[in-house]
Design a protein around this ligand. Structure first.
Ligand code: 3PG
Length: 213
């Protein structure tokens, strides 16, 4: 279920984590990300605008990896998939959500930060876990302690990653990509600063380029 999505995420190495307050910002945001060479968005279910924004962005930009974030219930997972999300991300492990995704072959990146949480999803076909909140749970040091225990598993750290520490994370080969909101902050989106989003996205792409295989 993962192959195509992992390839896309691996080719970008950065997944913008978006909170959209207004659906009307979805298309300008998609334009801005694509113009910056970063055609991906994890649109979080933290606002009522999430579902409509996923639908609009996925339709208008079929080349983008448009996913849903902060998915905490099966009902949200179904709405996200119906809206066109091609991957789902959860802040933690919700077993019914993971099982729904596995059954329906929807790539899911469940949030984990302990060995037990990782073990709860191993064996279900999960190949990549989100490591969240990364900075608060020990950052790269913790990922490097967990990774050798779980051969083959890869990590998508999120939480506290920015342009200054991105390369440090990407240099570790068990990290498939980093999630982050710094190039798509709600402040920039709500102020309509899409040119700045393009600039920060291009800057992230350039910083990640040495680590794209
Ligand atoms: C989140 O869920 O908000 C993401 O982890 C983004 O974290 P960041 O804002 O620290 O990049």
């Amino acid at each position: 279920m993962y192959d195509e999505m992992n390839r896309k995420i691996e080719a970008l190495k950065v997944v913008p984590v978006v909170k959209l307050d207004r659906e009307q910002d979805a298309l300008p945001l998609g334009e801005a990300l694509c113009a910056g060479g970063l055609p991906a968005a994890e649109i979080t279910f933290r606002t009522d605008a999430a579902e409509g924004s996923i639908r609009a962005m996925a339709r208008r930009f079929p080349e983008m990896a448009v996913g849903a974030g902060t998915v905490t219930t099966v009902e949200q997972a179904k709405r996200a998939v119906d809206a066109g999300a091609s991957f789902l991300v959860s802040p933690g492990v919700n077993m019914p959500v993971v099982e729904y995704c596995v059954e329906n072959k929807v790539p899911i990146y469940p949030g984990t930060c302990t060995p037990s949480e990782i073990m709860s999803v191993l064996g279900l076909g999960i190949e990549v876990v989100k490591f969240f909140p990364c900075a608060q749970y020990g950052g790269l040091k913790t990922i490097k302690a967990l990774a050798p225990v779980f051969p083959g598993l890869r990590f998508m750290p999120t939480g506290g990653i920015n342009i200054d520490n991105l390369a440090e994370f990407l240099a570790y080969d068990r990290i498939i990509a980093c999630g982050g909101s710094w190039m798509v902050s709600a402040k920039l989106i709500n102020a309509g600063q899409f040119d700045e989003i393009t600039r920060l996205s291009a800057q992230a792409v350039a910083a990640a380029a040495p680590y794209v295989k």
